[in-house]
Design a protein around this ligand. Structure first.
Ligand code: CS2
Ligand code: MG
Length: 402
């Protein structure tokens, strides 16, 4: 089998998505997600101008050699753009491999290790009361795990809380909006939020929270300690992870489990976090982490240190990544949990797929390959529009992490 053609599709059914389609001489094609929220065209250009010419004529079954060729052959290594482009190729090739062998990709990763994949949904509200209502809505939908975020007095907006009644979609068209932030107000608020959630919903519901990179290590240590009575499933992105040893400080102060990694793009971003057991869950997923070929190696390394997966699953990762992640989640032994932010109806129509949700669990389906497709006619109705993630400033105007 030979790769005969490959091209990038950019569509925007409510938000931008970059998809690589790889075609072969046997009529089988594969899809890979290359979406990098706020920097989509950088990945599209990297693929079109620098990667695709090197793919033509190659055997799509050679996933390992092609991964090494694209990683080592570029000379300039790692980074979100490079690794999202490599991921798009890798996932498309595994899709082709599954289709050619007439088997779902999870069978190429070790086969089913479980019948379904536990997912967590996003409950949020502009205040505690509204957040509690949204937690109730998620439990009624069957979720066994819920991430809870809420606004609080003193800040006009905060991470993870929809501006109005609609869906929470952080990327906005036009130039970056400016949010405001106060760690002091936030640190006072979060323990109150989770005390109320536990009082209302009891001990069985898995509760998660995302600090979204905004605390110092010692602040995160303090928050983790104050959240211990509420037994969170995890506290996510407690502090910016460039300083991996900052997580040692957090570990010294709290037993609240730590999740990190949605912004990572290779094992080298988390090598120390894992081998020192400074974290409990790794969030790096297929689209940003170099595809199946690299994520499998990273997850196997993490398994040696009791670290489980907790893949990122926001709406800015396309249904191609959701499908790929669910195959991976179903197969690997050290699976932890999968994030589920449901896509819009328009997005689901552009990317028809076989994955399903029932009683808090998801399943990728048993179609050969990934079980997801791209309706290019419909995709063409949603032209790309540049969009940015917000930026964030402290109350004194100092720029900080969003
Ligand atoms: C968030 C993401 O889902 C999460 O845990 O951190 O929604 C993140 O803000 C977006 O993926 C950024 O594009
Ligand atoms: Mg997050």
């Amino acid at each position: 089998m030979k790769i005969t053609n490959a091209y990038v599709n950019i569509t925007s059914p409510g938000r931008n998505f970059v998809t690589l389609k790889v075609e072969t001489d046997e009529g089988i094609y594969g899809l890979g997600d290359g979406t990098l929220n706020g920097r989509e065209l950088a990945v599209a250009s990297y693929l079109t101008e620098h990667v695709i010419p090197c793919l033509l004529g190659r055997d799509p079954f050679q996933t390992e050699d092609i991964w090494q060729y694209l990683y080592r052959g570029a000379y300039w290594r790692r980074g979100p753009v490079t690794m999202a482009a490599i991921a798009a190729v890798d996932v498309a090739l595994w899709d082709i491999k599954g289709k050619a062998l007439n088997t779902p990709v999870y069978n190429l990763l070790g086969g089913k290790s479980r019948e379904g994949v536990m997912v967590y949904g996003h409950a949020n509200g502009k205040d505690i009361e509204q957040a509690l209502d949204d937690v109730a809505r998620h439990t009624e939908m069957g979720f066994k795990a819920v991430r809870v975020q809420s606004g609080f007095a003193g800040l006009a907006s905060t991470y993870g809380v929809a501006k109005g009644a609609g869906r929470y979609e952080p990327a906005e068209r036009g130039l970056p909006t400016e949010n405001e932030w106060s760690s002091e107000l936030y640190l006072r608020h979060v323990p109150k939020l989770f005390r109320r959630v536990r009082e209302a919903f009891g001990e069985d519901l898995h509760l998660l929270h995302d600090c979204h990179h905004r605390l110092t290590p010692i602040e995160a240590g303090r928050l983790g300690k104050e959240l211990e009575p509420f037994r969170l499933f995890w506290m996510e992105d407690p502090t910016p992870a460039e300083l991996q040893e900052g997580f040692r400080v957090i570990r010294e102060h709290t037993t609240t489990p730590i999740a990190v990694g949605e912004v990572f793009n290779s094992v080298w971003d988390c090598h120390d976090l894992i081998r020192n057991q400074w974290i409990d869950y790794l969030r790096m997923t297929l689209v940003h982490g170099g595809g199946f070929t690299h994520i499998k190696k990273t997850a196997d390394f993490a398994a040696l240190y009791h670290v489980r997966t907790g893949f990122h699953g926001a709406t800015d990762l396309s249904p191609v990544t959701m499908a790929a992640a669910l195959h991976f989640d179903l197969a690997i032994h050290n699976f932890g949990i999968q994030e589920l932010m449901p896509h819009s109806v328009e997005t689901d129509a552009v990317f028809p797929h076989n994955y399903t949700f029932k009683d808090g669990l998801m399943h990728p389906g048993d179609a050969p390959g990934l079980g997801v497709d791209l309706d290019e006619t419909l995709a063409a109705k949603y032209p790309y529009q540049r969009a940015y993630l917000p930026i964030n400033r402290k109350l004194d105007g100092t720029l900080t992490d969003w």
